[in-house]
Design a protein around this ligand. Structure first.
Ligand code: ADP
Length: 217
């Protein structure tokens, strides 16, 4: 499904992120204070504008609150990252994702209300270590044309039922591979048929794209 994103700060991280989201078919607005960065990304996003994200007035015109998510990818100038994150939060943006360059930076962004925080260097290092230690089959799954793993809040008809009762595997060819209970910290891997689905759960499911899309509808 096509989503609308904005990426503020088109340095290395922001540039690749914005271009990749656009390539995946989403609508992407790129924002940077530096005209050169904006010029450079112009053909690889839906729209690119010069704006200072520390200035609430400049952001207001961009109507970021209408988008699905805004990523603050300013890293090196802490002050700007913090102010930009605060500004987009104050505008009532639905989902604010911010890039942090250190643990302390991350803590500040979390306090301001960033919904999600990336630590690019740390996250990549951990992912690289994991892959070197134990190559994960999940890395190869995207090559299985027509299949995906998705996270989904359970449709109302699922709530209070066991996985046996739902019988997704026989009815739709869908396997529930994990359930996130009350946030990402508590994950039930490969739940058994006796697992009872709760309203607060997030189901991680593997299956054919068309069947998964049917559940979302
Ligand atoms: P990276 O390490 O991913 O290259 P940087 O922090 O070096 O990240 O780059 C951040 C980008 O954010 C730069 O292109 C810079 O021009 C931009 N930027 C910095 N301050 C602001 C601001 N106040 N408003 C918009 N963009 C900004």
């Amino acid at each position: 499904m096509k989503k609308q994103f904005a990426v503020i700060g088109l340095g290395n991280f922001g540039f690749y992120l914005a271009a990749a989201l656009f390539q995946k078919g989403h609508e992407v607005l790129g924002i940077d204070i530096n005209a050169r960065q904006v010029q450079e990304i112009r053909d690889q996003v839906s729209r690119a504008v010069i704006a200072d994200a520390t200035d609430p007035q400049a952001l207001k015109e961009l109507e970021l609150e209408k988008l699905d998510a805004v990523v603050v990818a300013i890293g090196s100038v802490l002050n700007n990252s913090i102010l930009a994150t605060l500004n987009v939060k104050d505008m009532g943006v639905k989902r604010v994702v911010a890039k942090a360059v250190s643990e302390a930076h991350g803590r500040i962004l979390r306090k301001i209300g960033a919904d999600d925080i990336y630590f690019p260097e740390k996250d990549l290092a951990l992912a690289a270590a994991q892959r070197l230690d134990n190559p994960n089959v999940l890395d190869y799954l995207p090559f299985m044309e027509g299949y995906s793993i998705v996270e989904l809040a359970p449709p109302t008809g699922f709530i209070g039922k066991t996985l046996i009762e739902l019988d997704l595997i026989n009815r739709h060819g869908i396997q529930v591979v994990a359930v996130k209970e009350m946030g990402p910290e508590n994950v039930v891997m490969i739940p058994t048929g006796r697992f009872v689905v709760k309203d607060s759960d997030v189901l991680v499911m593997l299956g054919p794209d068309h069947a998964l899309a049917g559940l979302k509808a």
